[in-house]
Write a protein that binds this ligand. Sequence first.
Ligand SMILES: Cc1ncc(COP(=O)(O)O)c(C=O)c1O
Length: 410
Amino acid sequence: MPGPGYYWIGKEEEQELLDLIRARYLFRYGDEKDPSFKHRVKTLEQEVCSGFGVKHALAVSSGTAALIVAMAAAGIGPGDEVIVPGYTFIASMSSVIFCNAVPVLAEVDESLTLDPKDVESRITPHTKAILPVHMIGNPADLNALKGIADKHNLLLIEDTAQAFGGSYKGKRLGTIGLLGTYSFNIFKTINAGDGGMVVTGNEDLYKQAFAFHDQGHFPLRMGVEVGNRAVIGQNFRMTELNAAVLLAQFRKLDKILERLRTLKARFKRQIQDIAGLEFRRINDSDGECGTILTVLLPDRKSADAVAERLNTTTVAHSGWHVYNNMENILNMRTLNPKNNPLKNQHYKGKAEYRKGMLPQTDRLLERAINISVGVVDAGLGSAFGINLESTDQEVDRQAERFRTTVESIL
Ligand SMILES: Cc1ncc(COP(=O)(O)O)c(C=O)c1O
């Protein structure tokens, strides 16, 4: 069930953890004068900043926390609409709801990421932000989305949970919008069980994000700044335990991506001439992560039949990432009904949630099958495929199995 980083957990992670446990500094803050306190959370942030060419990075406790912190820093709140794709993990919507704002669902295009044309048609006077999701490793159409955000004076926040390390036109994903967010849960490019990060080039937003994630404190607090805390925050801090594992994983990132891209290219080469088979559009073929190879069958019937024979499902039936299958969002089930953002007195819009409301997305997802390359996850519909450790022979065997299955059905 894991993502790519899991397969390469090894002696580097073990060593970082052992050093940390021996020094006993498990909290983000410690005695800066003690050389055995290695402030690994801060080091991780610094390494991501220099590796990704972004000014500020803030490590947090999860990808969901990263979205909440980013949106809180950007001032998203009651009455605001945030445009999100109907094909994403529920956190892209639930984090908006946590901020008392309203997710507005939009279509994805053949890249299975936000369709810019549909986004533009959903802009209202209440729209505050666009949240592209670089779904299963593929960069969203950022040029077009950034153009729309600039034209309508909207915030662009990149949900990069599923594409850590990927890039778009030479820039790392997450660093192109006003803010970007990452997740380090078990399904992601690198992982520490859980964890997340916010990145931004804007210093004020970084300070706001830091304060919100750490009970109102200034960046890199050394003590409790009683009397100086600017805002009421929360605790979304990352621990040194997570950062220890992530430091070791981050130092392997480019090698993980290289391996994923090599494996994916080998698999794709062997199935690309199958008559009637299409592939989802990749918005930057050098920058996509290569975690999943998504194929499109001619119609729903053939896709269902192929999926069944491969013991997997089409994306439409995969469960977790399709708006049609999110009963809690479709019925806006907030724990306290007063927190329903649609009923907030500041909300004047008309957002709705209904099965079948995104026909273009539905038609694409019912024809789509996700072949795992690095993320093996039935919830994503990628139960069939290969993984980071697959040998060339295994790749060839699975590609052949795929080919004979499709050819027997089409
Ligand atoms: C697109 C997307 N956004 C946000 C998240 C939330 O990340 P986390 O599980 O680390 O909270 C995920 C996690 O799967 C995701 O796939």
